[in-house]
Design a protein around this ligand. Structure first.
Ligand code: HT7
Ligand code: ZN
Length: 871
């Protein structure tokens, strides 16, 4: 496989100003006629060849300016591309190809799902539809005509506005025109027997926009939350960024076979049903929040991604990091900002930190790739969003808004780079941001440590901060990066102190932000009456690891800090440090003790829970197994699991009455509500239930499961029962399956819960579930719900010393690769963590990676993941 390097970027040889596409839809043999108005790109070499990407296309004919091109002018590449010899400087190229959507299991390009037609073109799927320079810096205006069977496909959708329709007899046709130039990855077509839920939105300049969500018949009643999220997103983008929608119609189509969450195609978003359909009975609170986030994210791409797009795929974070930042801010504004931040940081640490410390570590802007699909990663998305947040913190909200205005004004309808974004922010703020490029170009998570000194005679407090970034593959030496450290000082009584740096005339109150730019820097505070406790990285002001905060300070901050993030974080770090010590004791074969401070913290949290139940729920949850493993040089998943289980049971016993009282007090007798307060109460109640069940009271979980009227409570109880043994487990799983057997999204949960149950027979269970009649390897949601849930969500069983967990995963990757290479490649990840496991586990993991690599005709994506994992 060929490696593509960022430094090799060259402008496209030809530009395509206009594209006319004509589809004759047929599941087995669809015809695609493409008319491309081409011209040489003045910015490229004058003799650069006219090469069109293609993948699996059967060319029927090709004409240039009406004249059939003879075979000697058509040069087919081994990669499926087509080069036209002796091209004119400009002309109209017409091609006709045939494709087979129903045979397309990769779900890239044009495919069928449940008898309907859908497309997925990002990143390189358009080349599976027609011959085209399939790269984001070729932006064209599209007119799309679709012919199809009237009965089988009453609904025919594409990008832009509907301009014409007609037809007689059994077939009909429609024509869509998109007035905005766009790259090919934003092309979309949806056709089939669908029904819509419709609404309207009036933009602030008075444009009437028709909103439609297209689903299978019967799903209409579950679209309300997605529609509401869409309208709130549209209003928010106008209010916060002054960005209005720019077409007469916004369509969303939901499909149950989809490789990712959703896709922001211009005017026709295509969504995984998981991020559209919700009812209280069938969707958890997490699902509702996921829908809000993903609907907002895809909508926000209309400006950050679609109107201003990426020059090449190395710039992916230009649109993804910025759009994640925007959806995070939207969700923060819709609910509790502090809880949202905690959840985002939890997610970043669970997925991105390990990636940054593993074999797939790459900069937010990668230097090279074999398969771009492999770079839709937590680093590009979540760390990318953190870097945008760093810039926001550095220049302030007002300058950031001016920077966004400038970025869009300068780059509208263009394909640009990350430098263009940073330059706009710099020009709007007048602050030199050049050093922030280090965040885009350097992989690895920076580590910071603090040391402090108090001089009572001078009433002076000196805080010294140091940073270093560990080496990653191909980047041995790292430069310091600019790290905004939001902080404050607490007095011995726990009260926030005003702060005055030596260079300042007056003291400031509340949080302030220090900028750590060098490897080491000291900050001197004057007029400090007593030795303070520093509160650092408030709001998680930078995606770094803060090392070495002493336990007594963590306890102090967990109780007293004014910043909710630091309060939560200090509690988590305290618990993590205790738990890691217990893991060491477990490894030495010593008895597991108990730190009474943990029970005290739980008691305090419960006592104060009324004020903010959602925050209390976050504070009650012990650090996860993955987070703990990530803190260890060599992880011990089994010991970590035992320690966490032991602590949960111990806390459940010691705090039983208080947990039970909170649980009972939070019983919801009214109708199901989906506001932040109700979600918070359910989260807290289920956190209490988890401790009480861990302490041995399974009757409560069973009672909750039997009585539950919403999916959040039902699933929380089912997960606890599934983790245990006995008839209650089997009965609950069977009744859940019987009730939901016709609902794919709920059945995914049923598979996932069993895959994540940390029972000694877990591997046998997942193997048996693979043979279950409801299991379907071709459906990405279902494949993920069993395979990824087990490999990533059940560490103690996945890492079983028999190596059977690894073998299960490799078998699944090998079986899935010929069906859907993108999903297969994504599943490889957990095997790549072998360096962080014991020698015995590492050898078993490498053996399975090698077995994957030895498989003939492996997709290039899976090859890239497995080969990099082995290095
Ligand atoms: N921009 C979208 C990415 C995406 C995707 C990428 C590869 C293969 C399939 C895909 N489906 C969607 C999603 C987003 O970030 O908004
Ligand atoms: Zn996105």
């Amino acid at each position: 496989p060929v490696t593509i390097h960022r430094q090799d970027y060259a402008p496209p040889a030809f530009l395509v100003d206009r594209v006319g596409l004509e589809f004759r839809l047929d599941p087995a043999a669809t015809e695609v006629r493409a008319r491309l108005a081409l011209r040489r790109n003045p910015a490229a070499a004058a003799d650069a060849p006219l090469r069109l990407d293609g993948d699996g296309l059967a060319l029927q004919e090709a004409r240039m300016d009406g004249t059939v091109l003879p075979p000697e002018r058509l040069v087919f590449g081994a990669d499926g591309s087509l080069t036209i010899a002796d091209p004119p400087a400009s002309g109209l190229l017409e091609t006709l190809v045939r494709i087979a959507p129903e045979a397309n299991t990769s779900l890239m390009g044009l495919y069928t799902s449940g008898g309907n037609f859908y497309t997925q073109c990002e990143a390189e799927g358009f080349r599976r539809i027609t011959f085209f320079p399939d790269r984001p810096d070729v932006m064209s205006r599209y007119t799309v005509t679709i012919h199809a069977d009237r009965l089988r496909c009453p609904v025919l959708l594409s990008n832009g506005n509907l301009v014409e329709q007609g037809g007689e007899g059994a077939t009909h046709w429609v024509r869509w025109e998109d007035p905005h130039p766009k790259p090919s990855y934003l092309f979309a077509l949806v056709a089939g027997d669908l029904v819509s839920v419709s609404d309207r939105f009036t933009t602030r300049s008075g444009r009437e926009v028709a909103l439609h969500i297209w689903v299978r018949r019967g799903d209409e009643s579950r679209c309300g939350h997605a529609m509401d999220s869409l309208k709130r997103s549209m209003a928010w983008d106008e209010e916060v960024f002054g960005l209005e929608y720019d077409l007469d119609v916004f369509n969303i189509a939901a499909v149950s076979d989809f490789n990712m969450g959703a896709m922001e195609n211009k005017g026709l978003n295509v969504f995984n049903t998981k991020y559209v359909l919700a009812s209280p009975e069938s969707a958890t609170d997490g699902d509702w929040q996921g829908i809000e986030t993903v609907v907002a994210h895809e909508y926000f791409h209309n400006w950050t991604g679609n109107r201003v797009t990426c020059r090449d795929w190395f710039q992916l974070s230009l649109k993804e990091g910025l759009t994640v930042f925007r959806d995070q801010e939207f969700s923060a504004d819709m609910g509790s900002r502090a809880v949202k931040r905690i959840r985002d940081v939890r997610g970043l640490r669970a997925a991105q930190f390990p990636e940054d410390a593993g074999p797939m570590a790459h900069p937010v802007r990668p230097d090279s790739y074999i398969e771009i699909d492999n770079f839709y990663t937590p680093t590009v998305y979540q760390k990318g969003a953190e870097v945008v947040r760093l810039i926001h913190t550095r220049i302030g909200a007002a300058a950031f808004r001016r920077g966004m205005d400038l970025y869009i004004a300068r780059n509208d309808n263009q394909a640009v780079t990350i430098e263009d974004f940073v330059r706009a922010m710099q020009d709007a703020s007048g602050i030199d941001l050049s050093s922030f490029m280090g965040w885009y170009d350097q992989a690895g998570t920076p580590e910071i440590a603090a040391e402090d000194r108090y001089d009572p005679a001078a009433r002076r407090y000196t805080l010294t901060l140091r940073q270093q970034t560990p080496p990653t593959r191909g980047q041995a030496d790292k430069r310091p990066v600019p790290i905004p450290v939001a902080m404050g000082l607490l007095g011995p009584d726990g009260r926030e102190q005003p702060t005055r740096l030596a260079s300042e005339n007056a003291a400031q109150s509340g949080t302030r932000t220090l900028l750590l730019e060098a490897a080491e820097q000291s900050f001197v505070f004057e007029d400090v009456p007593a030795p303070p406790v520093p509160s650092l990285l408030r709001g998680f002001s930078a995606p770094v690891r803060l090392r070495g905060v002493p336990r007594d300070r963590l306890r102090f901050l967990a109780v007293h800090d004014t910043d909710p993030f630091v309060r939560w974080e200090s509690g988590q770090q305290y618990a993590a440090s205790v738990m890691l010590e217990m893991v060491a004791a477990q490894q030495r074969g010593e008895a597991l003790g108990f730190d009474a401070a943990l029970a005290e913290a739980v008691a305090n949290t419960l006592a104060a829970a009324d004020a903010d139940p959602a925050f209390a729920a976050e504070a009650l949850v012990l650090p996860g197994e993955g987070f703990l493993a990530d803190q260890m040089e060599i992880a011990d998943p089994v010991a970590i699991h035992l320690v966490r289980r032991h602590l949960r049971a111990e806390i459940g016993r010691r705090c039983g009455p208080a947990l039970r009282a909170t649980y009972d007090a939070l019983a919801d007798h009214g109708p199901y509500r989906i506001d932040g307060a109700s979600i918070g109460r359910r989260a807290l109640r289920n956190a209490c239930l988890a401790y009480l069940t861990a302490a041995g009271d399974t009757a409560l979980a069973k009672a909750q499961f039997d009585a539950a009227t919403n999916m959040t409570d039902s699933l929380a109880a089912l997960a606890l029962l599934a983790d245990g043994d006995g008839p209650a487990r089997e009965a609950a799983l069977a009744s859940f399956h019987a009730r939901w057997r016709g609902d794919d999204l709920v059945l995914d949960k049923w598979f996932a819960i069993q895959a994540m149950a940390a029972r000694p027979d877990a591997i046998a269970q997942v193997r048996a579930l693979q043979a279950h009649p409801d299991f379907d390897l071709k459906n990405p949601n279902r494949a993920r719900s069993l395979i990824a849930s087990f490999a990533a969500g059940n560490p103690s069983q996945f890492h079983d010393l028999s190596g059977e967990g690894y073998r299960f995963l490799a078998d699944a990757v090998i079986a899935l690769d010929p069906v859907n290479g993108s999903i297969a490649a994504r599943l490889v990840g957990p095997l790549g963590q072998w360096r962080r496991q014991s020698a015995a586990r590492g050898a078993l993991m490498r053996r399975e990676l090698q077995r994957v690599l030895d498989t003939p005709d492996l997709s290039k994506g899976t090859f890239e993941k497995a080969s990099k994992a082995l290095l």
